[in-house]
Write a protein that binds this ligand. Structure first.
Ligand code: ZN
Length: 303
């Protein structure tokens, strides 16, 4: 009986593959979707669970996600705890043995790049529980995006060796383009002389690390924990002391707390920023995402 059920699932999966002729990929985030589409080109059909303006930490494991998982050839996640609240439910509900952790149909890219903010020693619940494995927002660095593209190419080649060369070439193009643009983004950010930024959550750590920016204060007292009055007061003090001029609020958070900080610190400008592809309608790929962030620095300077 169980064997029949399995056979049935295998047939459905193979049928999906034959019907479209493409590799059906599900990504947890819209950034991963954008990268996979570029690397996979016309050979892949990609959908993302998380839409650009949603917080990927706190997605709901919807039955529709499970249905899609049931038909997928490949699930690509960030890992590092980003999807810990929902992805395992989606995978078990999807009942697709090919995309379970450890199979070729499941790829976590976060652990394959250099991870920042890995806690030293045991993590206490009092420190929040959103980033216990290090910062999972790895796609906010254009250089790591290039590396992730290469990893996705390798996995697509495992599933579909006939297009391996094409995946490799596409990933190489993506990587080279982003490396080039990073040089010009670095120059433009340097010209603004902005070096100290406050954010709502530790979303932009990889972007800041790449471009030599200090994230001098975070509105959340701990990752995933909403701002408290005493903590906001300490952010106000730090911002004033450090001469912060730009406060970036990831656009799935309410910016009212940031505006309160701005009222008390002269010269601070609050910008709501998309931090993933599709975060606003004009952010159509990873290039747009970084370009927009650089522009927020530039517009901050002219004020
Ligand atoms: Zn986070």
């Amino acid at each position: 009986m169980i064997f029949n059920k399995l056979l049935f699932l295998v047939l459905i999966v193979s049928w999906a593959r034959v019907a479209t002729g493409k590799i059906t990929v599900l990504t947890t985030t819209s950034d991963l979707k954008s990268i996979t589409e570029e690397v996979g080109g016309t050979e892949v059909e990609v959908e993302s669970f998380c839409q650009g303006a949603q917080d990927p930490h706190f997605l709901e494991a919807k039955p529709s996600y499970m249905q899609k998982t049931n038909h997928a050839d490949l699930v690509i996640a960030i890992g590092l705890g980003l999807e810990v609240g929902w992805l395992s439910k989606v995978l078990s509900g999807g009942r697709n043995p090919n995309v379970m952790d450890g199979k070729n149909g499941y790829l976590e890219v976060g652990p394959l790049v250099q991870v920042l903010e890995v806690p030293k020693g045991p993590v206490s619940r009092a420190d929040g529980d959103v980033h216990p494995e290090g910062n999972p927002h790895v796609t906010l660095d254009p250089i790591r995006v290039g590396q992730i593209g290469e990893q996705i190419a390798i996995r697509l080649s495992t599933l579909d060796f006939s297009h391996a060369e094409k995946y490799k070439q596409n990933a190489a193009l993506l990587k080279a383009r982003l490396e080039n643009k990073t040089k010009s983004w670095q120059q433009r950010i340097d010209q603004t002389t902005l070096k100290k930024i406050v954010t709502h959550h530790k979303t932009l750590s990889y972007f800041f690390d790449r471009f030599g920016i200090q994230n001098v204060a975070i509105l959340e007292p701990f990752p995933g924990v909403p701002p408290t009055a005493p903590h906001v007061l300490s952010v106000i003090n730090t911002s004033a002391k450090e001469g912060v001029k730009l406060l970036l609020v990831e656009n799935y958070f309410d910016d009212s707390v940031a505006k309160r900080v701005a009222r008390d610190v002269p010269g601070v400008r609050v910008e709501s920023v998309p931090v993933s592809v599709g975060g606003t309608s004009e952010i159509k790929n990873v290039d747009d995402l970084f370009e927009n962030l650089v522009r927020k620095f530039e517009s901050g300077k002219s004020k």
